[in-house]
Design a protein around this ligand. Structure first.
Ligand SMILES: NC(=O)c1ccc[n+]([C@@H]2O[C@H](COP(=O)([O-])OP(=O)(O)OC[C@H]3O[C@@H](n4cnc5c(N)ncnc54)[C@H](OP(=O)(O)O)[C@@H]3O)[C@@H](O)[C@H]2O)c1
Length: 238
């Protein structure tokens, strides 16, 4: 498969390493210094584009790929205010967009565990639920996209929580997400249920970026020749 890497930072480089070892070819690499190379002609040399840039440029990059008819797998976080627009464009153009706040297989299993634990805890009102996410200091958005996905699953299951907040709050209907930034930290997410008697915690800890990178590559293999909007759940058949 011919792959275009949009964003050649920590994730772009980790994806390149795995892609090349699996026999794929990287036909285009775009970062801040090479944005002029991001043209219709160049991107159309790729079967699929993998986009890991960041909150401010992701939507524009994704839009270009869809408009120019190249399936796009995006892992950039912090741009979801524009997700509906991207989805609409993708439907109009009969393109392919895969988005996941987290491409690691372990985190996608953790999402399913989170939903089941939240459903189990729903009737037990003496437990308060809070979340913590820890990432490296270069991360530009907070809370993490993964934390938002986990929070939305909890809000869907636990009626006494009405919205997530990324600050301290005395309102019992707020689901508090604490964000910690320390180095080195590829990513830890903990959901805690605390009562006066005991605590129950579920945690996912990423040890390396390889899990995100190999998941994104799996998604790119899935996206090749497909039409539609997909998530990692579709890729993994969960
Ligand atoms: N979904 C997931 O599984 C997952 C996993 C890890 C990370 N992420 C997310 O993926 C994104 C990237 O993470 P990272 O760790 O790879 O960050 P990073 O190391 O900062 O890399 C970002 C790359 O994007 C480039 N870039 C910035 N603006 C650009 C533009 N306009 N056009 C093209 N390239 C541009 C940067 O270039 P310069 O270096 O020249 O500025 C850099 O090479 C973040 O939003 C992060 O939260 C998602």
């Amino acid at each position: 498969m011919k792959i275009a890497l949009i964003g050649y930072g920590k994730m772009g480089k980790a994806i390149e390493e795995i892609a090349v070892s699996k026999g794929h070819e990287i036909v285009l690499k775009i970062d801040v210094s090479t944005t002029a190379d991001f043209t219709k002609e160049n991107i159309q040399k790729a079967d699929v584009a993998i986009e890991f840039t960041g909150p401010h440029t992701a939507f524009e990059n994704i839009t270009k790929c869809i408009q120019w008819g190249v399936p796009v797998v995006s892992g950039s976080t912090g741009w979801l205010d524009n997700f509906e627009k991207a989805k609409k464009l993708c439907e109009e153009k009969k393109g392919c967009l895969i988005y996941a706040s987290n491409y690691s297989i372990g985190v996608n299993l953790f999402f399913e565990i989170n939903k089941q634990v939240a459903a189990l805890m729903e009737p037990y009102e003496n437990y308060d639920v809070t979340m913590t996410e820890t990432h490296h200091t270069e991360k530009k958005d907070a809370p993490s996209g993964t934390a938002i996905s986990l929070a939305e699953q909890i809000l869907a299951a636990i009626g006494r929580k009405k919205k997530w907040v990324n600050e301290s709050s005395r309102d019992a209907s707020d689901l508090i997400i604490r964000s910690e930034r320390i180095d080195p930290a590829p990513g830890t997410h903990t959901v805690s249920y605390d009562s006066a008697i005991d605590s129950i915690e579920i945690t996912h800890t990423a040890h390396t970026r390889k899990g995100f990178a190999s998941g994104a590559l799996l998604a790119a293999e899935f996206a090749n020749q497909k039409i539609g909007i997909f998530t990692m759940k579709d890729v993994l058949g969960l």
